[in-house]
Write a protein that binds this ligand. Structure first.
Ligand code: PHE
Length: 461
């Protein structure tokens, strides 16, 4: 592309050091609590196989194209999501309305981190529990009671949510390269290995076959329209798309890197981790007579059971929750990034101050999620609308960000890249040529937006 001016993040000194560094950072953002904590529990709540299939279709038809488009937009703009959308609407000569994509991103990443960090705090607690041998010999009731005890204590939740945010603020304050790259290089692959080990353990329970059929043989009568929306939202959530996070990371991507190939790699890694997590968890759920639809606590009441029974479970459990924490942190820093970039660019504050003030505000908003699990567990702010019956503040925040802001952000990104941007240079920029490029553009222009619109129409009209 022929951009005469070099955008701020595209200065050689701030770029990712290699394609691999970007893959690891973007995969670090993608792979997180979404894969290991959220995917199993929403799969359980939505009846298994049919939900998984819809989710996989959404990854392919909506997730990957938006991931490619968003990375490309980020690299072209080379600034925070807000700055990027401002300069692209100008250089492309299109409506300023598209800038909403940038704003949606900064607001959504702010909100998502407020609840993500609370769950990140749970993994901190569970590292300690595992290492202290709290699961050894414990039965399902005892482990359930431990988790219930944690949820019932808002002060404890708030404190751990604070510790988690402090870690995230510290890393983001250090800057995208020194803080980020190092943290992911070693630990992400390790998480993958450990998950495989967990799946092997699960294979030796009596319920592996049952878990496989729960996850992969679809029973569409179990899937509601809201379940379909959840699958769509989760496809966006798990790939970190639609809210400017990938745009922010893409802004540091060197020009020579092939975006399409990179995006595919990230999607494959991310999806494998989610499926492995499911294969590790559901056998334990069934062999211990637990409820697959148990909700957000699912992994915290199943995995400890396994750690409590297996030889070396103390070490294994402590390592597992440490890696879960790392996965959560690498995602959380990517959520803080757009907020900080925006504060730097538009409010003129330093990175350190931006991380600190942004992070503190997020911590405070997280109070809503903390209270949802105890004091406010019966508070359902939108309960008077049938669709939102029984949803706590946490449920609503998750719904707002994952099921509305992320898919709608993805829709806008697909439309912007597919229809509003000029075509010249696009094929080179994305790294696809000839028939494959044409096919890709057809998907991005028609199939991706249509998929999102149809799911929304079914849910709300
Ligand atoms: N993709 C992350 C996960 O699966 C969550 C995330 C959402 C990260 C939005 C960044 C932006 O855990």
């Amino acid at each position: 592309m022929s951009n005469q001016t070099v955008q701020p993040h595209q200065q050689a000194s701030s770029l990712w050091s290699s394609r691999l560094a970007f893959i690891l950072a973007a995969a670090g953002s993608a792979v997180g609590l979404g894969n290991i904590w959220k995917f199993p529990y929403i799969t359980g709540e939505n009846g298994g196989g049919a939900f998984v299939i819809v989710y996989l279709i959404c990854i392919a038809v909506i997730g990957v194209p938006v991931l490619i488009a968003e990375t490309m937009i980020g690299r072209r703009g080379g600034q925070s999501p807000v700055g990027t959308m401002r300069s692209l609407t100008e250089s492309e000569g299109v409506s300023r309305g598209w800038r909403a994509i940038g704003w949606n991103g900064v607001i959504a990443s702010f909100l998502v981190l407020s609840f993500y960090s609370v769950i990140g705090g749970w993994s901190l607690v569970y590292i300690g529990k595992a290492a202290a041998g709290a699961f050894v010999g414990a039965d399902a009731d005892a482990i359930g009671a431990q988790f219930g005890g944690l949820l019932g204590n808002p002060w404890e939740l708030l404190a751990w949510h604070g510790v988690f945010m402090a870690i995230v603020i510290f890393i983001v304050a250090k800057g995208i390269r020194s803080g980020l790259e190092r943290a992911v290089n070693l630990l992400m692959p390790l998480l993958f290995v450990l998950l495989i080990a967990m799946v092997i353990y699960a294979m030796n329970t009596d319920s592996f076959g049952r878990a496989v059929s729960f996850m992969f043989s679809p029973d569409f009568s179990k899937l509601t329209t809201q379940g379909v929306l959840t699958a769509l939202g989760h496809a966006a959530f798990t790939l970190s798309i639609g809210i400017g996070v990938i745009m922010a990371y893409g802004s540091y991507l060197p020009k020579r890197v092939n975006i399409a190939g990179t995006a595919m790699t990230i999607a494959v890694i991310d999806t494998s981790v989610a499926l492995l997590a499911g294969l590790a968890i559901f056998p334990l759920v069934f062999s211990n007579g637990l409820e697959p639809g148990a909700g957000p606590g699912l992994i915290f009441v199943t995995l400890p059971l396994a750690f409590g029974k297996m030889g070396g479970g103390i070490v294994f459990g402590a390592i597992f929750f440490t890696l879960l924490l790392v996965a959560a942190v690498t995602s959380a820093i990517s959520m803080l990034e757009p907020v900080v970039e925006w504060l730097e660019e538009h409010k003129g504050v330093s990175r350190v101050k931006g991380a600190l003030f942004g992070g503190l505000a997020i911590w405070f908003i997280g109070l809503g999620t903390v209270l949802s699990f105890n004091v406010w567990s019966d508070v359902h702010p939108l309960g008077f609308i049938g669709y939102f019956e029984g949803k706590t503040v946490f449920d609503l925040l998750d719904f707002l960000v994952s099921n509305l802001m992320m898919p709608l952000g993805g829709l806008a990104i697909a439309l912007f890249a597919g229809w509003a941007m000029k075509r010249e240079g696009l094929s080179d920029d994305i790294g696809l040529r000839g028939g494959i490029y044409t096919a890709f553009m057809a998907v991005l222009r028609y199939l991706t937006p249509a998929g999102i619109v149809v799911v929304f129409l079914y849910n709300f009209f």
